[in-house]
Design a protein around this ligand. Structure first.
Ligand SMILES: [Zn+2]
Length: 330
């Protein structure tokens, strides 16, 4: 695997990035799986953390700066700034469940007419993927589990990725597998991200959540909303542990019950769409139960609950409360 590097060195490749105006900076590298930084085998991020003090904020396309870095450290891996290069990068790590999460995101996007994989793509040294996009206005955040799904992070403002042809601790080489133009950031993904705090000049507007609808604000309703939400969360948490035989029923029941709560106005901030996404996320680890099958089960559960708020079994203390009223039990 060192053949590639015999032809073009990391220094050559670093300069090639710089000459294309792409801001990069040097990272530590590994020898036989061991990071060459002071922490050696105890390093928490072998071959992936900056050699320079400023790290990503000092990323540069100045050819002099770049050639002096790689003259000093010819084996340095290449750190490529995300936000500073106008990039928004989705980082998929199959070792943490990223493949199943990506499958869900791809289905989510394809229903909205977007092919997530139709963009410049790098296979990482450990077998993961980096999907590169042009960043949207305001950029995207750099965060782990950005979509609430395992094994998928985003790299945007202030973030970076390890770029080809860097070498992973395991010996694998980062490699461009789709050398096509950058697609724009798929806006349908923004919807799945946790809203960001809206303070500070750099903050971008939080993705629009659908309006929750008129919610009766009396105490009984608020208590019931808390009850419904905690029940909903408990059911989501239980789903990953359901055994193979009971999965279809469990998912259908969870969707149906969530639908009843939604129809009763007890899940403010939620819609059928957000519930569908939550249920998909909760069941990503189910093998032999594909995305399409899950989607059909969820839809059937939600459809079954539509208009049936009165079927919701309320706790004893709420007897007499009627959906959509302002607290009939008082
Ligand atoms: Zn290290």
């Amino acid at each position: 695997m060192n053949d590639t590097r015999a032809v073009r060195t990391l220094a050559d490749e670093a300069l090639a990035y710089a000459s294309r105006g792409i801001k990069i900076f040097p990272l530590w590298h590994c020898v036989d799986g061991t990071c060459q930084c002071a922490d050696r085998e105890n390093c928490g991020s072998p071959g992936k953390h900056p050699r320079t003090r400023n790290g990503v904020s000092g990323a540069s396309h100045n050819e002099q700066a770049v050639s002096s870095w790689w003259a000093m450290w010819p084996d340095a891996n290449i750190g490529l700034a995300a936000g500073a290069n106008g990039l928004a990068i989705v980082d998929v790590d199959p070792r943490h469940g990223g493949d199943a999460s990506l499958e869900f995101l791809c289905t989510w996007a394809s229903r909205r007419g977007v092919d997530l994989t139709d963009t410049y793509t790098v296979r990482t040294g450990s077998g993961g993927l980096h999907l590169y996009y042009r960043q949207p206005f305001g950029g995207i955040k750099t965060a782990p589990r950005s979509f609430g799904s395992d094994g998928i992070d985003t790299r945007g403002r202030g973030g970076y990725v390890v770029a080809p042809p860097s070498v992973h601790a395991c010996g694998g080489i980062y490699d461009v597998i789709h050398r096509r133009g950058l697609a724009p950031w798929p806006e349908c993904l923004t919807y799945l991200m946790e809203p960001e705090p809206t303070t500070g000049a750099a903050a971008q507007p939080a993705p629009a959540r659908p309006p929750a609808g008129p919610i009766a604000a009396d105490r009984m309703t608020r208590r019931l909303q808390a009850w419904a939400l905690s029940g909903y969360r408990r059911e989501l948490e239980a789903l990953p542990g359901i055994g193979e035989g009971g999965r279809n029923d469990a998912l259908n029941r969870a969707a149906y019950r969530a639908g009843l709560r939604l129809d009763a106005g007890l899940l403010p901030g939620h819609t059928a769409t957000t519930i569908t996404a939550d249920l998909h996320n909760a069941t990503l680890g189910w093998r032999n139960f594909g995305v399409r099958e899950r989607a059909a089960t969820i839809r059937s559960g939600l459809d079954g609950a539509r208009g049936k708020a009165s079927k919701l079994i309320l706790p004893g203390w709420a007897t007499g409360w009627t959906p959509g009223t302002t607290g009939g039990a008082r």
